[in-house]
Design a protein around this ligand. Structure first.
Ligand code: UD1
Length: 430
């Protein structure tokens, strides 16, 4: 299994280009199931999770065509054509690799009237149930049974019906599943307390290009008037705000200066709000953001993760790494997932001073972290250890790199190009 080896201490300088958002690309790809015409996605990131979903879509009968396989930029243009859906079952072997596979449920049910999708199961950061996806589809008339680990869903005779569904808790994935299902339902659907993450907005905008009738985009109340059919479209995947925030923190933790390109400040407002008083300076530049320390030191600040537009849970681990080397203390509170502090004990092995109490972690800044062999059990935790390694003295080895490959494209190459002493060590056992 690959490892990442880092010798810390180099300030990062240069520019890093951010890709399309993984969390936008995945639902956008499943939206291709809603039409027999071609959905063309541009700025698609090249990541393990995207490959996993391609494999799932292929076995549903979707034809996938990469335009101009030669050039690096062209390879990001991919056509998805679901002319005939040949199979409405999403098998356990594919779904267990990536929870977002459950996003095929709404589109398959709306287009084919039935779908059988493996329950994703728990994951390292929490139980992550899919009850809201199921209850919302039931409100639209679907009959759903859980049998042998599978969600077996059937639409009523005339197809799914529009309904009002009030989410008891904000869910990105459930909002996306219901939004897609509602585009082809009979009548009007109103989704109340819907997620309004930029990735949900990106999906809604693409669906509108495909002929869907949606109002309230960008708010927590989405109204969808069902149409008989959707058509093909071309859509550019929104920039990855988590990748943007991660590299912003890489600049800050190393005391360097990075131009982060193909992205914008608006996408990371909550991170800017938290990081500015921590001593991180953000400047808008053409096609991106310049990030550095404002005047040398970092200061401890408190952060709480919440649904968008508040501070994202997907940047919590990276923020903790940064706070480990800030002056003073920082209280980090996680409200989205119940078990998302697994990076804390690993950071402590690098000399960090962290006390976890339930859903809060108190971080007392230290002058310097020291390199160590570490590993993490999820994507964002893994990258937080890379950030810590970049700032630590000595050598850090981050094991289980496949987590990073799920969500960060060519991470080590991008960082090395800006002066980091970082390399991938291939093929050794964990
Ligand atoms: C998405 C993102 C993930 C991010 C998360 C929160 C993708 C592919 N993944 O995950 O990176 O960390 O949003 O911003 O976009 N919940 C329920 N019942 C449900 C659904 C969710 O109780 O049916 C709970 C979850 O356990 C969690 C919370 O709601 O505690 C938020 O989860 P949700 O927004 O659904 O996350 P995902 O869509 O899985």
């Amino acid at each position: 299994m690959d490892k990442i080896r880092i010798r810390g201490g180099n300030p990062l300088r240069g520019s890093i280009t951010v890709g399309g958002a993984k969390n936008a690309a995945l639902p956008l790809m499943t939206a291709a199931l809603l039409t027999d015409e071609t959905l063309t996605l541009t700025n698609l990131p090249i990541l393990a999770d995207i490959n996993t979903l391609c494999n799932l879509l292929l076995q549903h009968g979707v034809a996938i065509h990469m335009q101009g396989a030669g050039g690096a930029v062209d390879r990001r243009v991919v056509e998805f054509t679901a002319r005939d859906i040949t199979n409405t079952t999403a098998p356990y072997d594919l779904v267990r690799k990536m929870r977002a596979s459950v996003l095929v449920l709404g589109p398959l049910l709306a287009r084919c009237g039935e779908a059988t999708v493996s329950l994703p199961g728990g994951c390292a950061i929490g139980a992550r149930p899919v009850d809201l996806h199921i209850k919302g589809l039931q409100a639209m008339g679907a009959e759903i049974e859980i049998e042998s680990g599978y969600i077996k869903a059937k639409a009523p005779a005339g197809g799914l019906r529009g309904a009002e569904y009030i989410f008891p808790k904000v869910s990105v994935g459930a909002t996306e599943n219901l939004l897609m299902a509602a585009t082809l339902a009979k009548g009007t659907t109103v989704l109340v307390n819907a997620a309004r993450e930029p990735e949900v907005t990106d999906l809604a905008e693409c669906l509108v290009k495909m002929g869907a009738r949606i109002t309230g985009i960008g708010t927590d109340r989405l109204t969808i008037e069902g149409v008989d059919r959707l058509h093909g479209a071309k859509h550019m995947v929104v920039a990855d705000r988590i990748e943007t925030g991660t590299y912003a923190m890489a600049a800050a933790i190393t005391g360097g200066e990075l131009d982060i390109l193909n992205t914008n400040l608006d996408l990371i407002k909550a991170a800017v709000t938290a990081l500015s008083p921590a001593g991180v300076a953000f400047t808008e530049i053409e096609n991106g953001v310049r990030v550095s320390r404002a005047n040398g030191a970092l200061h401890g600040v408190d952060v709480m993760t919440e649904p968008f537009p508040a501070f994202p849970t997907d940047l919590q681990a990276q923020m903790m790494a940064l706070m480990c080397v800030a002056d003073g203390a920082s209280m980090i509170t996680e409200t989205i997932f119940e078990n998302r502090f697994m990076h804390a004990p690993e950071l402590m092995r690098m000399g960090a001073k962290i006390t976890v109490h339930g859903s809060s972690a108190l971080v007392r800044g230290v002058e310097r972290l020291t390199g160590a062999p570490v590993m993490a059990t999820d994507l964002r935790a893994s990258v937080s250890l890379v950030l810590a390694g970049l700032a630590a003295s000595g050598e850090t080895t981050v094991n289980r790199v496949y987590h990073l490959d799920r969500g960060y494209e060519r991470l080590e190459e991008k960082l090395a190009a800006c002066g980091a002493d970082i390399e991938r060590v291939r093929g050794e056992e964990d």
